[in-house]
Design a protein. Sequence first.
Length: 349
Amino acid sequence: MTNTPPPDPESSAKNALGFDEFIAVLVAFSTIGAILFWSLSRKDSDWNFNGILSLSPTTSPNTQLNQRLPSPVPQVQPNAETLPSPVPTPNVEPSTAPLTIDREPSTSVLPPTAIAPSTPEPVQTPLSSSQPFSQPFSLVTPSKNKSTIPPPIAFDDVPADFWGRRFINVLSSRGIIKGFPDYSFRPNQPVNRAEFAAILQQAFENKAGENTLKFKDVKEKFWGTTAINQAISTGFLKGYPNQTFQPEQKITRVQVLVALVSGMNLKTPASPEQVLKIYKDAKDIPQYATDKIASATINGLVVNYPNLEVFEPNKEATRAEVAAMVYQALVKMGRLEPIPSKNIVRLPN
């Protein structure tokens, strides 16, 4: 029979803690106190002890907390093509300091020199006389507008190779001599005295005088009354001694040139007879018209077709011939540019 050591006495409430038990309790309370102190110092709002207790031994508390914090928003430097955001993003930097958000927008993300967003250019509204201008403006003063000449009328009976086509085109485009409703000009049709008075009215734009003659054969409601009165008052035409004008009478070539020279007050040359020798039919020119025809020849008003040396003074003037002679009168006055034509009579040098 062997002697066995007596069993350890069971601990009871009356027995004091052993040394090992005291050390274990002290370590436990120290650990819990350290954890509570660390948690309170971090002021973690969620008090997530599970995350704290699940920390691995190799992971530091700071590293684990940084993984739970939101990553900072990358800063974008504005450039010429990227405009800055109207609300700056707060500058969040991960650190061990308590997590705080500024109440006011941070200016740390702005560049040293703020780039103001470009404003679109205002749309310019058309100028209108009904809208006054509220702001001063400057305009380049345009040059004086030149008179716009409409294109000539393409008459069906004036071919491209017609001798007087260019004279007709210029005068018709200016409304000095007009065609007919069927788009014809009738260049070879004779012109009567009323029609010639209307052409003079459009060509020279002279105002009629206050005192006008009343002709027995021109009624007040006649279509050419105003043109006839103007031609008489400006000195281009005259009536007949019996107080008639004979508006329907066909006008001759010599009468057309005498009227143009009289209305333009052209001077008579020193030797009219010498000037008229250029025409083979000079003897057919009426005596009253020799001075006027000599002046018309010197000033380039005479246009002969087809023979340059044949004047045909008593021939009825056609619409093409009247157009050519009136055109030459306007060239003499400096109102139109010369047209090169082999049908214009010119004295030899």
